[in-house]
Design a protein around this ligand. Structure first.
Ligand SMILES: [Ca+2]
Ligand SMILES: [Ca+2]
Length: 260
C-alpha cells in the first residue's frame, strides 16, 4: 500500500517535470512574443502600437491625447535622452516628473513597452563608390549619371551575422538648380553583392512632388530578436512626412505599418 502510494507520487513528479520541460523548450518564445506590446512615437508624424502580434496606427486625436502625461523612454537623434512625460499639441513636448518642460533639438523617438527595446546604432556618410546606385538607376531606365540631392550610405549589421550590410539612400527630389524630367528616390540594402530594394519611387517631376527618405531608427520594436527599420520620407514644405516600419520577411523587406 505504501509502495503504491510512493510510485504514484513519483509518476506525478515526472509528469510535472515533463510539462515544465516542454514549456521551456517550446512555450517560452511563443508566450514572450504574444506578451510583447509597445507604443512608438516617431517624431511628430506617427504613433504605432504593437500588441497581440499585430501593428496598429494611432491617429485619432482622442487616442493620441490618451498618451498625454504618460512616461516614455525618449531618444533624440538615436541617443537615449531620458524617461519623460509626453504631451502633444502642435508637436510632442517633454516634461520631467515635476512637470517642468524639457527642451530637445532633433529627431524624437519615444517608446513604452514591458520589455527593454534593443536599438542598433548607425552612422550616415556620403556615398563614395557609386557602382550600386548607377546599377539601380540603370535598372529603372534612369540616367546612371544623374545628379543627386541625397546620396548617403548607412552601415549596420541588420541580420546579426557579424558582418555589416550597406544601406544606400539616393534621391534627386527638390533640386533647386536644375529640373530633371523624372524624380527618383531609392533606399536599398546591399548584402554580399546582392541588392535588396526597400523603398523606390520614380515619377514625373514637378519639383514639389516625391519625398526624401531617411533611416530614422533601427531597433527590435516587437521583441522577437530581429531588427526592424523605421524609414521617414520627408515631403516638400510642411506636409506630414511618410513613416514606414519595415521588417525582413523571407527574402526581402516588407512594410508592416505606415502612417498612410
Ligand atoms: Ca549582417
Ligand atoms: Ca523585431
Amino acid at each position: 500500500m505504501k509502495k503504491g502510494y510512493f510510485r504514484y507520487i513519483v509518476l506525478i513528479v515526472i509528469l510535472i517535470l515533463f510539462g515544465i520541460g516542454m514549456y521551456v523548450i517550446f512555450g517560452v518564445d511563443e508566450a514572450r512574443e504574444r506578451k510583447a506590446s509597445s507604443t512608438l512615437i516617431v517624431g511628430d508624424s506617427a504613433v504605432f502600437q504593437y500588441s497581440s502580434r499585430s501593428w496598429m496606427r494611432i491617429s485619432s486625436q482622442s487616442s493620441i491625447s490618451n498618451l498625454n502625461w504618460q512616461e516614455f523612454k525618449t531618444y533624440v537623434n538615436n541617443e537615449y535622452f531620458g524617461d519623460y512625460l509626453v504631451w502633444k499639441s502642435d508637436k510632442w513636448y517633454l516634461f520631467d516628473q515635476n512637470r517642468s518642460a524639457i527642451s530637445y533639438q532633433g529627431n524624437l523617438f519615444a517608446y513604452q513597452a514591458e520589455f527593454n527595446m534593443e536599438f542598433l546604432p548607425f552612422s550616415m556618410t556620403s556615398i563614395v563608390d557609386y557602382s550600386y546606385p548607377k546599377q539601380v538607376l540603370e535598372d529603372h531606365g534612369l540616367d546612371p549619371n544623374s545628379s543627386y540631392t541625397l546620396s548617403n550610405l548607412a552601415t549596420f549589421d541588420f541580420d546579426r551575422d557579424g558582418a555589416v550590410e550597406e544601406f544606400y539612400l539616393i534621391s534627386n527630389v527638390f533640386s533647386s538648380d536644375y529640373l530633371p524630367e523624372k524624380y527618383f528616390s531609392f533606399v536599398f540594402m546591399v548584402d554580399e553583392g546582392e541588392v535588396y530594394m526597400m523603398y523606390e519611387d520614380v515619377d514625373d517631376n514637378t519639383g514639389v512632388n516625391g519625398c526624401k527618405p531617411n533611416i530614422y531608427t533601427v531597433g527590435d520594436f516587437d521583441d522577437d530578436q530581429e531588427f526592424e527599420i523605421i524609414l521617414m520620407c520627408s515631403k516638400y514644405s510642411t506636409q506630414t512626412p511618410v513613416v514606414m516600419l519595415y521588417e525582413w520577411a523571407e527574402n526581402g523587406f516588407k512594410i508592416v505599418i505606415s502612417n498612410q
